[in-house]
Design a protein around this ligand. Structure first.
Ligand code: NIG
Ligand code: FE
Length: 425
């Protein structure tokens, strides 16, 4: 008879445990799942204690609480390394315009697009912003995302960008979804700088980046600095402006990200590699030379297939070229109200398999261990190994090959975050 609570949990009776052990998977090794049959995972105080076969772990920890995986797959929680989760309002009207043939960047140039969400987000109170974003965080979590990077970029003044950062901190504190913040003050040129975009770049470098740094040091001095990101694209920030913003951020000690080559090849991916950015994201129009620069660097290439799909376009990240060149590939949703309102990493896997030719195993590695590397957290997240945070999924299928193959429904039955079980209803 159990007399004492042990603080131990054993997840047992898994048909397959996808451990993803061994670190981020570069180039052609992508897709090594570290598969263990009839496995179990022992968890203590929110961390993975042991991974092994079911009967040995149940025998080793006889007093532990038990969670029966029911003969199904157990895998690491998805890490979604690129989202714009915190915004107000929606842009359903623009979707109809785009279906009639109006290009996304033309809508932005006319003061809509990102700028329409900027108006709604500036007008929203912090509480409204948190409430709207919480609903999306819950969807992402139920679909198996246990950690999500979230960008600002719908404020474009220091004050309203800080309101977005505050919303991210509040939602992260509430949990269970863990959020990794990014300052994307360089998302678009705000209307007040329409005729003098370089003045906005000045403001970013002289006031906003230093201001975010100072605010962060006072508000959450013990947390690592957020990432700084730039939308490097014609109609947003050109290569020289992007370089200036990222170099300024780097001088302040911020880790870097970039939106590169979503519509045109401006050289943002090579810039990311040169500056030691943690990731370069989108990469649809990236030249072979820039792919090679990226592949030869430590920068993770994050592909967002929900975006061309959401824009109804035919071109996707050339992932085969990237993998052959030895690059480190991750997948993300890009959840945002303009191009990809999709909180589900499972759907992104389905797109990656069809539109970019990944196998389910490759897509799983790109959305767990490699996605953790895209937010610099590969030592804590993204695999099932002793010492790592206990962020796991129990699926309702007994073979991992169902992921990517099936789409539009939820294959997750229990999400485990820091060792706590959350059944998906
Ligand atoms: O990653 N391209 C820039 N940013 C987002 C879209 C944001 C929006 O349209 O609201 C993206 O696709
Ligand atoms: Fe984005």
């Amino acid at each position: 008879m159990k007399t004492e609570k042990t603080n131990l949990l054993v997840v047992h009776n898994a048909s397959q445990i996808l451990t993803l052990a061994g670190g981020p998977q570069r180039g052609p090794v992508l897709g090594e799942l570290g598969l263990l049959e009839n496995g179990a995972v022992a968890i203590q105080s929110g961390q993975i204690l042991a991974v092994g076969d079911s009967s040995s772990l149940l025998a080793a920890y006889p007093d532990a609480d038990r969670c029966d995986a029911g003969g199904n797959v157990v895998m690491p929680g998805f890490v979604d390394p690129h989202s714009h989760l915190v915004w107000a309002g929606d842009r359903a009207d623009e979707f109809s315009l785009r279906l009639e043939g109006k290009p996304y960047m033309e809508i932005l140039a006319a003061g809509g697009g990102i700028l329409s969400t900027v108006r709604a987000t500036r007008a929203a109170s912090l509480a409204e912003l948190v409430d709207e974003s919480r609903l999306r965080a819950q969807v992402a979590f139920n679909y198996g995302t246990t950690t999500m990077e979230v960008k600002t970029g719908y404020g474009l003044t220091l004050e309203s960008e800080i309101k977005q950062l505050e919303a991210i901190l509040i939602l992260n504190q509430e949990g269970p979804l863990e959020l990794i913040p990014t300052f994307l003050g360089a998302h678009a040129v705000p209307p007040e700088f329409h005729d003098c975009p370089d003045d906005f770049v000045d403001l970013l470098c002289r006031e906003m980046i230093p201001g975010v740094h100072a605010w962060w040091q006072t508000r959450v001095p013990d947390l690592p600095l957020p990432f700084v990101d730039v939308f490097c694209e014609r109609g947003a920030f050109d290569l020289a402006q992007s370089r200036r913003i990222l170099e300024t951020a780097k001088d302040f000690g911020f880790p870097l990200k970039i939106h590169a080559d979503e519509f045109e090849n401006l050289g943002g991916a090579a810039l990311a590699a040169e500056l030691g950015a943690v990731s370069a994201d989108h990469l649809v129009k990236t030249s072979l030379k820039d792919i090679e620069a990226l592949a030869g660097s430590g920068t993770v290439a994050v592909s967002l297939p929900g975006t061309p799909f959401g824009l109804n376009e035919d071109e996707f990240t050339p992932t085969k070229t990237l993998i052959t060149a030895g690059g480190l590939l991750a997948l993300a949703t890009d959840t945002n109200p303009g191009t990809s309102w999709c909180e589900s990493m499972q759907f992104i896997l389905a797109l990656a398999c069809r539109k970019m030719g990944l196998t389910p195993a490759q897509a799983i590695a790109a959305s767990t261990i490699n996605a953790a590397a895209a937010v610099g957290l590969q030592d804590r997240l993204g695999s099932i190994e002793p010492g790592k945070q206990a962020d796991l999924l129990i699926l309702n299928v007994n073979n991992y090959q169902q992921l990517g193959y099936r789409f539009g429904t939820n294959l997750v039955s229990i999400v485990i975050k820091r060792g706590r079980c959350f059944p998906v209803c």
